[in-house]
Design a protein around this ligand. Structure first.
Ligand code: FAD
Ligand code: NAD
Length: 403
């Protein structure tokens, strides 16, 4: 048994992968044992899941084998599912074993928030990981097959209904509307028969985002055939519909997808960490309240932006940056030094509107549209691939063709 301190990283998403990568760069082998626990032997690009769900990229393109990019001589990788965290006992339970730790990094990502809306958990498809994203596309295609084969002649089978117009909903809608002509050609179905509907409770799509860019996105998607129902709250979900609005209108569809919001992986709340709006309020150095040896980063936590008196955005960009601070704070703790406060360097937001289109608000409020924004989105994606796997990974997985 090693006498070195043991750092246990849970989850190999953006936050966990980058923390592990940075730890191998910042710590000498004799300073700590590093263990990374993940459900699968692959890491996936969560930011590409909407493309997997719409069938516009192959699921394998979004997967990266963890052992291809993490130094397995420095890191022990455990492929298992975490079932419980016991912070008081400094132990983590998994489906096939358990592990103790000296330092813990909780980076288990997000899960869908249903807000208690009846039927969502039971009936709606959600974009959470590779497997369920892949299942959405397979289901959508199977509905086209059922209709084309005459097994069911109800045109509503071809409707694709998406609940929630945040970034996930909008990026998904844009991919779906791009995929529809291909599916129609393949199954000899007239495009007019297919409806892509997006329902949003707020009075606008992408609530809170730059109005001009929102208008651009809405009109571009409407021109391609998307039907928006804004200011329309989803009250209930059935196997083939959303019930919406005060008058409980039923919108029927063969494919019903919920993109109405996310919360921290429920293992975090079950471990006893106090949650605020579904996530842990991390301390300014990213440690969990009450535990000096536990960091909670990425989609599992909020980190407070004291300058603007609100939480920093919770996205891949912040998860990657938090990983850097988390790794250097772990090093500081091992060296008996003070930890540092996390400060987010906001490079802005770019959202895809399909293959050749996007919107972005970057750096000092610079607005980007269309192909320029799309090229920027690809640069961001490729930068991450570079950080995690160097130029080889960009060549293998990168989005080098911009349009
Ligand atoms: P995740 O990426 O969710 O990773 C969590 C990891 O933990 C996964 O590998 C998972 O397999 C593993 N795991 C989960 N449970 C267990 C368990 N019980 N045991 C073991 N392992 C487990 N943000 C942006 O900044 N830009 C974008 O363009 C963007 N696009 C997005 C598109 C979509 C469709 C979605 C859904 C989100 C997007 N986001 C984007 C948000 C971004 O993806 C998340 O903020 C980011 O993935 C959070 O990183 P994370 O490491 O905390 O979690
Ligand atoms: P979200 O919370 O940002 O959006 C959910 C949307 O669903 C909101 O617009 C909300 O008003 C709507 N909604 C909630 N309840 C509803 C109801 N009952 N009826 C109708 N509409 C309802 O969630 P998301 O889009 O999944 O995004 C999750 C996180 O991932 C966010 O932090 C987001 O910024 C990030 N993300 C970023 C990008 C990007 O940067 N390109 C892409 C995808 C996601």
């Amino acid at each position: 048994m090693s006498s070195k301190p043991r750092i246990l990283v849970l989850g190999a998403g953006y936050a966990g992968m980058m923390t592990t990568k940075r730890l191998t760069q910042q710590l000498k082998p004799e300073e700590a044992d590093i263990i990374l626990v993940n459900k699968h032997n692959y890491h996936y690009q969560t930011t590409w899941l909407h493309e997997v769900a719409a069938g516009t990229i192959d699921p394998n393109r979004a997967r990266i084998m963890i052992s291809d990019v993490i130094d397995t001589k420095r890191v022990q990788i455990v492929y298992d599912s975490v079932t419980e965290i016991k912070p008081q006992e400094q132990r983590v339970m998994m489906e096939n074993g358990e592990l103790g730790y000296d330092y813990l990094v909780i980076s288990l990502g997000f899960e869908t928030a249903t807000f208690g809306i009846p039927g969502i958990a039971e009936h709606a498809w959600t974009i959470e990981n590779i497997e369920n994203s892949k299942a959405i596309y397979e289901h959508m295609e199977s509905q086209f097959i059922r209709y084309a084969s005459g097994e069911d002649d109800d045109e509503k089978l071809l409707n694709i209904l998406i609940g929630g117009s945040g970034f996930t909903g909008i990026e998904f809608v844009a991919e779906v509307i791009e995929k529809v002509p291909e599916l129609c050609r393949k199954y000899e179905i007239s495009e007019e028969k297919v409806r892509v509907l997006n329902v949003e409770a707020a009075p606008t799509i992408l609530p809170g985002f730059d109005e001009e860019l929102v208008e651009y996105a809405k009109s571009r998607l409407e021109n391609r055939g998307v039907e928006f129902r804004i200011g329309t709250k989803i009250q209930e979900c059935t196997p083939d519909s959303f019930i919406v609005g005060e008058d409980k209108e039923e919108i029927k569809a063969g494919t019903v997808v919920w993109t109405g919001g996310v919360q921290a992986n429920s293992i975090v709340g079950e471990a006893g960490f106090e949650l605020t709006k579904g996530k842990v309020n991390a301390r300014e150095d990213l440690r969990a309240p009450g535990f000096d040896n536990v960091f909670v980063i990425g989609d599992c936590s909020w980190v407070w932006d004291y300058e603007n008196d609100k939480p920093y955005p919770v996205n891949a960009q912040s998860a990657i940056q938090e990983a850097g601070t988390c790794a250097s704070n772990l090093k500081a703790l091992l060296h008996g030094e003070n930890t540092s406060r996390f400060v987010f360097d906001n490079k802005g937001v770019v959202a895809s509107l399909g293959k050749g289109d996007a919107i972005g608000n970057i750096l000092d409020d610079k607005k980007l549209y269309g192909k320029t924004a799309r090229a920027m989105k690809n640069v961001i994606d490729n930068r991450y691939l570079f950080l995690v796997g160097g130029p080889k990974l960009i060549l293998k997985k990168g989005k080098v063709r911009f349009f």
